[in-house]
Design a protein around this ligand. Structure first.
Ligand code: PLP
Length: 371
């Protein structure tokens, strides 16, 4: 699905130098590279504060903790997402309230959000799924009308840009109260281990986020709030700072792959190709096709026989997972989400393809889907 080895070899001189410099500093925790990377990422995103942490799941948890949400508070989010989005809500004894996704974008259906709002609702967590932004302008309008927080789960769309109806642009993850991301190796900006970060333009919130991520500590050994221990290693920050300079190029390479697939699959009646929403560009974390009139799992099997990996993001919607089922949520609660889990398939997309590889994948995919 990804080719991290080829990417490393292409960037090896700079990455090796960065790793060596982190080791030379011997400040493996909170070393100088961490602040440099946070500052560079903040400048790239056009956001006031970037606070790094240990992974994207922690980033979501720290965001909800920093907003001071209390047990029983309701948080609106799609069920068509990676489990981490919902896991942290449940872990903090908040209540996940699921909303259906849009039939084109597969991100949260903004027309359904207001129906899910109750007096206990405190926050909306949109997920910028597969690499493009959810409909943030509408989400922000709803949030401001109902006085709700917005936490953007931006693990899949770092570098994407949203355009408001007045023409103003903003990077994904910088529009809500807090944005979160993951630097898991296969993400668009991935490190060589685990990593994550939070973004905010709110000075007070930034201070609280730093405290929560550092044992709730304001001054060494003074703990004002309950926190966690969640840090980005110095070595990972050094690697990320090299890769950040490539992030726009990574997005361009991913878009070239998506364009190739779009062209190769044009007119295929059994494939619904990725939709490009007018209000956001796409950084193609995934290239996800919705199939119809074929046995999706059979397609997956036949692809593998040709040496072509594929993935299902995600095969079981969160509301149907044993951990998150409830009296309210069962089969049929979210028909589109449930149908997507049975019909979508993601094919390889990354930054290192040769044309012949893409041709091989596309030709085989077409013949397998039509066989
Ligand atoms: C990857 C991912 C996360 C979690 O990130 P980790 O770094 O693996 O903890 C959260 N949300 C979404 C949508 C993701 O894709």
């Amino acid at each position: 699905m990804v080719d991290l080895a080829t990417q490393y070899h292409r960037l090896k001189p700079e990455i090796d130098k960065a790793i060596q410099s982190a080791i030379d500093s011997s400040q493996f925790i909170k070393g100088p590279h961490v602040k440099v990377f946070e500052d560079n990422l903040a400048a790239y995103l056009g956001v006031k504060h970037v606070i790094s942490c240990a992974n994207g799941t922690d980033a979501l948890q720290i965001a909800l903790m920093a907003l001071g949400l209390q047990p029983g508070d309701e948080v609106i989010t799609p069920s068509h997402t990676y489990v981490a989005t919902v896991e942290v809500i449940a872990l903090l004894r908040l209540k996940p309230v699921f909303v259906e996704v849009n039939a084109d974008t597969y991100t949260i259906d903004v027309a359904e959000i207001e129906k899910a709002i109750s007096p206990k609702t405190k926050a909306i967590v949109p997920v910028h799924l597969y690499g493009q932004c959810a409909d943030m302008e509408t989400i922000l309008d709803i949030a401001s009308k109902h006085k709700l927080f917005v936490v953007e789960d931006n693990a899949q769309a770092i570098g994407a840009e949203y355009t408001f109806s007045n023409g103003q642009k903003a990077k994904s993850g910088t529009m809500g109260n807090i944005g979160t991301t993951s630097f898991f190796p296969s993400k668009n900006l991935g490190c060589y281990g685990d990593g994550g970060a939070l973004f905010t333009n709110d000075d007070a919130l930034a201070k609280t986020i730093r405290m929560v991520a550092n044992h709730g500590q304001s001054v060494t050994y003074v703990h004002d709030i309950v926190g966690v221990n969640s840090r980005l290693d110095t070595i990972q920050a050094a690697i990320l700072d090299v890769k950040l300079k490539q992030l726009n190029d990574f997005a361009a390479r991913r878009n070239a792959v998506a364009d190739f697939y779009d062209k190769a699959f044009a007119g295929q009646s059994k494939m619904k190709l990725p939709f490009r929403a007018p209000y956001t560009n796409h950084v193609f974390h995934q290239y996800t096709i919705r199939l119809s009139g074929v046995n999706r799992d059979e397609v997956k099997k036949k692809l593998l026989e040709k040496g072509i990996p594929s993935m299902i993001y995600y095969p079981i919607p969160v509301h149907l997972q044993n951990a998150y089922r409830s009296a309210e949520y069962k089969e049929g609660s979210f028909p589109l989400t449930e149908s997507l889990s049975e019909t979508i398939i993601s094919i390889p997309i990354h930054t290192e393809f040769e044309q012949e590889q893409l041709r091989y994948i596309a030709d085989n995919f077409i013949s397998i889907v039509n066989s």
